[in-house]
Design a protein around this ligand. Structure first.
Ligand SMILES: [Zn+2]
Ligand SMILES: [Zn+2]
Length: 321
């Protein structure tokens, strides 16, 4: 193992591919040799200034553990590095630990690099019949699976997903598997086309007339526009699930929340074990979402591409197995 590595560093809204020292694992952490890493909407928000993060980006990865319990095995890693000692952690909410760092997002270098240090307890071995291209979706798929984890009685409910992008696509696949009465509303015909073969009803935003019919609206628009649309789609006492983080401050009209007695639920990271199981059992097909792949060296090109509206998931191939 050499003592330096290539990595993609975020400095002042700019990405630089640089030579970096290998990460030094903290107590309880192991080094993971990164194989494939995905670019996510959150990465784009971080470049815009969300969270004020400076460091190595990247939190959707599959790699090989260099030591510890899973040494030599392919692994994926949960992104919240929690203390597991405070009251929040001990109450069963380690993802909300006030002392946590988050891989590639908050005070912890991420996976756009040849190596990343990850708490050993965050790692999950990847089943042999799940490919790297599938496993790299574990983290965002887990985030989509957080919706049924928070709303367990979704079956048969009228659910509308707003947004046909990366996260909307994953949420739609999960909610279809949950046997909801689902419709996805988006702005991109070719993205909606990926959903119809799965039996998912779709509509272009410009063709759809909101009718206060939805039990649940899941906002995956990645913009503050989803809020107003959700207010028009939800039935009284309906539930809005907010899945996207938008950098900066939004101005929103609160009145419909009160008038229609709506519930608003924030939804972030989700469970990895069901995500890996869904991939292994082929219940959620993720590979059609891959638009392009680049070597790590070409990360800045990859980030330019991912900002184009037609593009879904862009992967960086960091190393072969
Ligand atoms: Zn992400
Ligand atoms: Zn804690």
């Amino acid at each position: 193992m050499s003592t330096s590595m290539r990595a993609v560093r975020l400095t002042d809204h700019r990405l630089v591919v640089s030579e970096e020292p290998l990460p030094i694992p903290l107590p309880g952490e192991v080094l993971v040799r990164v194989l494939v890493v995905g670019i996510c909407e959150t990465d784009l928000q971080l470049i815009q200034g969300y969270m004020g993060f400076r460091g190595i980006l990247g939190h959707e990865f599959v790699g090989v553990a260099c030591s510890g319990r899973w040494s030599g095995q392919r692994v994926v890693g949960e992104i919240n590095c929690s203390c597991h000692a405070c009251e929040t952690c001990r109450s069963g909410l380690p993802n909300h630990c006030p002392h946590r760092t988050v891989l590639g997002i908050l005070n912890h270098d991420g996976a756009f690099a040849e190596y990343i240090a990850v708490p050993e307890r965050n790692l999950h071995p990847v089943p042999e019949d799940v490919s790297n291209s599938q496993a790299v979706f574990t983290e965002p798929l887990a985030a989509a699976l957080q919706i049924p984890a928070q709303l367990p009685a979704l079956r048969g409910q009228r659910v509308i997903v707003l947004g046909d992008g990366r996260l909307g696509q994953l949420c739609a696949r999960v909610l279809q598997a949950e046997e909801t009465n689902l419709k996805v509303i988006g702005r991109h015909p070719h993205k909606l086309d990926l959903l119809r073969p799965l039996g998912i009803e779709t509509a272009l935003e410009s063709d759809a007339t909101p009718d206060h019919s939805a039990d649940v609206v899941v906002d995956c628009t990645g913009t503050s526009s989803g809020w107003n649309a959700a207010m028009e789609w939800l039935r009284p006492r309906g539930t809005l699930v907010l899945k996207t983080t938008v950098a900066g401050t939004q101005t929103l009209n609160w009145a419909p929340i009160v008038i229609n007695e709506l519930q608003v639920i924030g939804s972030r990271c989700g469970p990895f074990v069901p995500a890996l199981k869904a991939l292994q059992q082929k219940r959620v097909d993720v590979e059609p979402l891959i638009s392009a792949r680049y070597p790590l060296e070409a990360a800045t090109e990859a980030f330019e591409l991912v900002q184009q509206r037609r593009v879904l998931k862009v992967l960086l191939d960091v190393a072969a197995e």
